[in-house]
Design a protein around this ligand. Structure first.
Ligand code: NAD
Length: 251
């Protein structure tokens, strides 16, 4: 068991086919008590996780764009579990817009959930991690940050995810002396509901043609990377980006 006795928060973890829930399931299967934060459905999602000997999992309503909401959900987690060892900043949204179509509200929505949320949630857990002697924070970026989009999200999504890479590296440097590690995961195209209602069969074919491994990723492909970065297997890794893209972007 790689996460025995650990407490892990996964944001955006309530989506049934999402990367967050797959990660939460794998963490629980590896012995962690998991707290799912999401806009809605977190309690139900948490109740469906594999049981652990150390007690029940928890699901809490949290809007990661709202600093007070992050702080109160983290306070509730600490009251319930006493500490936080792992945070996965997974909550995210995308929009398939071109540069000239991005309106102020599109920019705000995409930057706020992906980038501001990652900062606010990290700020909320750092004091507890410092106090307990360390922790691991895994930020979900995207191949879109590295190659300038081209799969699904618009330029504002690429910018938000690239912002996450910068934030990850700067915070990794700042908090390394506190033994708090920050790493990023850069998924390529993974079959989840984030593209719900926005994907066409032609677009799907075009995406698959650009993936040397010949298939879309599945949520468990990303969960495995999160487990590596969350656990002590990656004890000396901080400030890294881990690609999980079937070869669609080799650099
Ligand atoms: P998803 O839509 O299935 O899940 C995203 C979750 O985030 C949802 O449960 C949603 O309710 C939650 N969320 C949205 N706004 C929130 C907020 N303000 N506060 C709290 N929770 C909020 O998407 P997914 O595909 O599982 O994506 C998970 C992460 O992976 C996202 O950051 C996404 O950008 C990233 N990603 C996905 C892919 C892919 O191909 N699926 C590729 C690269 C990166």
């Amino acid at each position: 068991m790689l996460l025995q006795g650990k407490t892990a928060i996964v944001t955006g973890g309530a989506s049934a086919r999402g990367l967050g829930l797959a990660t939460a399931r794998l963490f629980a299967a590896q012995g962690a008590r998991v707290v799912i934060f999401d806009l809605k459905g977190a309690e139900d999602a948490a109740s469906g996780l594999p049981p652990v000997e150390t007690g029940a999992h928890l699901g809490l309503a949290c809007n990661v764009t709202d600093k007070a909401s992050c702080e109160s959900a983290v306070a509730e987690t600490l009251a319930a579990f006493g500490g936080i060892d792992i945070l996965v900043n997974n909550a995210g949204i995308t929009q398939p817009l071109k540069s000239l179509e991005i309106k102020p509200e599109n920019y705000d929505a995409v930057l706020d959930v992906n980038l501001r949320g990652t900062l606010y949630m990290s700020q909320a857990v750092i004091p507890a991690m410092k106090q307990s002697g360390g922790g691991s924070i895994v930020n979900i970026s995207s191949v879109s940050a590295q190659r300038g989009g081209g799969i699904f999200g618009g330029p504002h999504y690429s910018a938000a995810k690239a912002g996450i890479l910068g934030l990850t590296k700067a915070m990794a440097r700042e908090f390394a002396p506190d033994q708090i590690r920050f790493n990023a995961v850069c998924p390529g195209f993974i079959a989840t509901d984030i593209t719900a209602g926005m994907m066409t069969p032609e677009k799907h074919e075009m995406i698959l043609a650009g993936i040397p491994m010949g298939r879309a990723g599945v949520a468990s492909d990303v969960a495995g990377c999160c487990l590596f970065l969350a656990s002590n297997l990656s004890a000396y890794c901080t400030g890294t980006e881990l690609d999980v893209n079937g070869g669609s972007h080799i650099h």
